[in-house]
Every structure is written in C-alpha cells, then in structure tokens.
Design a protein around this ligand. Structure first.
Ligand SMILES: [Zn+2]
Length: 409
C-alpha cells in the first residue's frame, strides 16, 4: 500500500490547487479542476461507479454495497484546494525514507531546516517515510493526504471483495481553505446518512467539536481636513478604530487562549483619516458564550455610534459556522465507530475540540453529520508541512475498518 500512497500523493501535490478568497467563482481557481479531472479518471480506473463532477467542482462517486444487509450509506470527503497562506506553485515533494529522527534539511541552498527544536514531534517519526517540501512551497498534505487515503482505501475495498461493506460515497470538494467548501455541496445528491472528512492533522485525531464562528467588519467614517485648520473639524477614522479596538479584553485573544476558551481576533485594520475598516473574527465552542461575544461587540459598536454619530460607524456581523457537536452528539455512534476502528488498528484516538472549523461544521448543519479524522500531516499551511506515509497508510486502514464495522453492526 505504501508505494501506491506515495505515487498518488506526489502526483496530486504537484498540481497547484491553491484557492483564492478574492475570486467569485466556484471553484475559486481553475487549478482545482486540473486535479479534479485527474481524480475523475482515477476513480473510474479503480472501478468506482456514478463518477460525476459538477460545474462547481464537486466530484462524487459510489462504491456499491457488496451485501444485502441493511447498512447506512457512509461518506468520505476530502478537499482538493490548498491553503492561501503560502505559495502552492511548483510543489516539489521530497521523499525521506527511513527517517533518522534528526534535523532535516529541506533546502541546502536557502538553509531551510526542519528542526526538532522548533517542531518537537519530529523525532517521533524516526524510522518512517516522510514526504516534505523543498522548503520553498507548502506541501498540500492538507488535504491531498486525505484524497490519497480515500482513493487508496476504495481501491483496497474493490480489490478485496471479501470485506463486507454497505454503500459508500466519496466526495472531493473545492475551496475548503476559504471557508466555502460546503456552500454548493448538494447533500441530497450525495445521499449518505453520515460522513467523515479526512482532514485532520497527526495520527489519531478524531474531532466532532468545532468553534462557533462569526466575522465582523466595522467601518469608521472620518472627515479629512487640512491639519493646519482642522481644529474642531477633523474626525480621524483611524483614531476611532483604535479607540474601538481598545475596548476588547486583552486576554480574550488567540495568543492568550487554548482548549475551550473563546476569543475575539483582530484580523486586520485598513484605513486613513477618511475611512478605516476593522475586521474581527469571533470564536467560541459554547453557543451561549458565542452569542454573548457577538452582543459585546455590538455593544462596543453602539458606544462608538453614540459618541461619534450613527452615520460614522457601521457594522456588518455574519455567522460563519457553528459547533458541529450539537448535530453529532445525537448520532454519537459515528464517533464511537471511528474510535473503535482506530483501536482495532492500535491507534490511540485523540478526541479533542478543534480550535477552528472543518467542512463538517457546515455539513453537519446541512443535515449530514460529519466528524473529522486525521489525515496524517504536520505543520499545515507552510513550508515546514510534511506527512508520514505510515500515518497515511493507517488513515486508509481506518477508512476500510469503518466500512467493515458499519457492516457488522
Ligand atoms: Zn484541510
């Protein structure tokens, strides 16, 4: 299975599928279609049925049941796009066999080194096969590792008809990294009872709890007058913005929080005297506390309105996604089966809340409960990203084992 995983992964990694937040199309970039077309051919080649790619870049396929038993249809999903934080052009995957556990030079010329000092988990991969970048791009293990694992698991099930399973659906989707993954996902067309995203990090991760998330854009309008004659006339929008920012509790920020603690995060400030825009995101696992945070932000906006005029302060506040726990807890057997599958393979499940969201956060609220399983990568979204082939192999086996366990219930 290892050779197959390496071959698939490196093929996918070389295709530039970076998404683009500024694009209005779905998928946001044409490179995602380049990979999707490769996947269409491959799904057909291994013998999947109903292989269908729609105009928005959602690719679905079916592995029919090989038993008459009543088994719910299970779905597996991975996203084709890669993060926007660092370049994904000309990815040149490096294969390190039998990793010695020491610092790993990614690029001698540029002196880019993956060091155990900075990444303490590194030595634990001793003896394994790692796939790394050449230090100049991201790797895209997020989430091409997930695609590789699903494809390899489906191929395995097709090659091993003795493993009993129900109807399995797979989907490869666009634009996860810009938060639009599920936007045009047709849950009805997918027609699965439950699904799993293969989009987590290191070995063992199993997640069914995400943040509740909202985004706020606050616009301050000022009035620019020549500074020499500005007395009692000038309103400086940038100063209004800093006054507003000063209202937020300093400790409730990403750099001061962990675990189940929520926060306000100042993403950016753009402005000058005439107009300044401030972007915040709000994150909290607890729904009540999430709503309270939104109310607090609105209160701060209203204070600014009162002081500087309603016409000079404007708020756009939108919910982005909710904690999927609410939708998954009633069908907890899907988490239990994933956990059992891992234990059967000697993998210790690491069940912790995600301090973020996944496509599953939105899909779960669209009627498809979707926890998230590890894909095996480390240091996502940058040049130090790498993935262990052994972890990918285990993830593929977890998929196979989940299918087997559902058929046994
Ligand atoms: Zn991802």
């Amino acid at each position: 299975m290892k050779e197959e995983l390496i071959k698939r992964f490196t093929t996918y990694a070389k295709i530039d599928t970076q998404s683009n937040e500024d694009s209005k199309t779905t998928p946001s970039t044409s490179g995602q279609f380049d990979l999707l077309h490769v996947l269409v051919e491959e799904l057909k080649e291994i013998g999947m049925e109903d292989v269908a790619l729609d105009e928005n870049g959602y690719l679905m396929a079916t592995l029919p049941a090989n038993t008459d038993k009543e088994i719910p249809t299970i779905g597996f999903l991975a996203h084709v796009d890669t993060a926007t934080d660092f370049t994904g052009k000309n990815v040149n995957p490096q294969i390190v066999e039998n990793f010695d556990g020491n610092d790993l030079t990614l690029n001698e010329k540029l002196n880019i080194v993956l060091s155990a000092k900075e990444f303490p988990e590194l030595p634990s991969y001793k003896g394994q096969t790692l796939i790394t970048t050449d230090g100049t791009t991201l790797l895209g293990a997020d989430d091409k590792a997930g695609i590789t694992e699903i494809m390899t698991a489906m191929n395995y099930l097709i090659q091993h008809p003795e493993i009993e399973h129900g109807r399995i659906r797979v989907a490869f989707t666009p634009d996860e990294e810009i938060g639009r993954g599920p936007h045009k996902f047709d849950v009805e067309r997918f027609d699965a009872t439950y699904a799993y995203t293969m989009d987590g990090g290191p070995l063992g991760e199993l997640q069914y709890e995400s943040f509740n998330a909202a985004a706020a854009k606050v616009t301050f309008k000022g009035s620019s007058v020549h500074p020499g004659t500005a007395k009692n006339k000038m309103i400086n929008a940038s100063k209004l913005a800093t006054e507003f920012i000063g209202k937020f509790p300093e400790q409730e920020a990403p750099e001061h929080t962990e675990g189940h603690e929520g926060f306000y995060h100042l993403i950016s400030i753009h402005g000058e005297v005439e107009k300044t825009q401030v972007y915040y995101i709000i994150r909290d696992h607890d729904r009540e506390s999430f709503e309270a945070r939104k109310a607090t932000l609105e209160k701060y906006v209203n204070e600014m309105k009162e002081k500087y005029g309603v016409e000079n302060v404007e708020l756009e506040l939108t919910d982005q996604y909710y904690n999927m726990r609410e939708k998954i807890e009633p069908v907890m057997e899907i988490v239990d089966i994933a956990s059992e599958a891992m234990k059967n393979l000697d993998i210790k499940p690491i069940i912790e809340p995600i301090r973020g969201g996944t496509d599953g956060s939105q899909l779960s609220f669209m009627g498809l409960p979707t926890p998230n399983i590890f894909a095996g990568g480390e240091n996502f979204h940058g040049k130090f990203e790498y993935v262990s082939v052994e972890s990918m192999e285990k993830a593929a086996k977890v998929i196979i084992e989940i299918c087997r366990l559902f058929a046994k219930k």
